[in-house]
Design a binder for this molecule. Structure first.
Ligand code: PAF
Length: 282
């Protein structure tokens, strides 16, 4: 696997792949790779002749007081995993490359960015949209893959890609989970052993609420029950919300819905989401 740290080298590599008529897949990450990322890489290998993975811990998407400084950085282990998975190139830009002195451009996606994590983490999705737009511009992939665990992020990136007429196919890959159901996340390593045990309440509460709603049960009561379950398990709940699966707006029981939650256990903020099928009115 080629490790690329300079924009000029990135451009050369992309040009040589393009010259050979090869389809290119991009998997953008912030590193500290786990099986969730590797599922994206495997899917990318099925989608394209060439797979580029980027690792960049993007300061612009962390708010004041968030975990930028302690976010895990594991370049050597990540490189080994990507090499073993047959990735062609790793793009490892530094902060000066991504945000040169005087950087003054922000990509802001209205609508889908605004509720949920957008409300809880002001500016977060501007940071995500800006860095992803830059990565798309640098690599110009044919296809880019993202995890559904960051469901709102995926919606923001789909909107951005469509709004900017980017000829990039956006592929969402289902959330990878530990055996007990906890969604894989680079942040899970922050959890103390007793917090890790309690964390399973998050996917369970979402599963129970989704099943209730799909059976035609009272959605507001199901969401309230999920919040209570999480609080009783030791979480401080940011939100548990039911939205339209596509627009992230007001849900309609006749359309696919998505149930999303964010909650903190100690100092660790976890997010998760689950599909909620349209309610069968028959
Ligand atoms: O999901 C992530 O790891 C990041 O938000 C992304 C998409 C790589 C942008 O920094």
């Amino acid at each position: 696997m080629q490790t690329i740290r300079e924009l000029s080298m990135l451009r050369e590599t992309i040009a040589s792949w393009r010259g050979a008529g090869e389809r290119i897949a991009l998997v953008p990450t912030m590193g500290a790779l786990h099986d969730g990322h590797m599922a994206l890489v495997e899917a990318a290998r099925r989608q394209a002749a060439r797979v580029m993975v980027s690792i960049f811990v993007n300061p612009m998407q962390f708010g004041a007081g968030e975990d930028l400084a302690r976010y895990p950085r594991r370049e050597a282990a990540d490189t080994r995993m990507l090499t073993a998975a047959g990735v062609d190139a790793l793009w490892l830009p530094d902060v000066e490359t991504m945000y040169p002195a005087g950087f003054a451009t922000t990509i802001s996606v209205a609508g889908v960015s605004e509720g949920l994590d957008g409300a809880a983490r002001p500016g977060h999705f501007d940071g995500v949209a800006t860095v992803v737009a830059k990565l798309f511009h640098q690599v110009a992939p044919d296809v880019a893959l993202f995890g559904e665990k960051d469901y709102q992020q995926l919606a923001v990136i789909r909107r951005l890609t469509s709004d900017l007429n980017l000829d990039i196919e956006i592929v969402g890959i289902g959330t990878q989970r530990d055996d007990d159901g906890l969604a894989l996340s680079s942040r899970n390593i922050y959890l103390l052993p007793e917090e890790r045990q309690a964390a399973v309440a998050l996917p369970r509460a979402l599963g129970v609420a989704a099943a209730t709603i799909e059976r035609g049960g009272d959605a507001a009561a199901a969401l309230a029950q999920a919040r209570t379950t999480l609080t009783n398990a030791g979480f401080v709940v940011d939100y548990v919300e039911l939205v339209d699966a596509e627009t992230l707006g007001v849900p309609s029981p006749a359309r696919p819905m998505r149930l999303l939650a964010a909650a903190k256990l100690g100092t660790t903020r976890l997010i998760d989401n689950i599909a909620v099928a349209p309610v069968d009115e028959g």
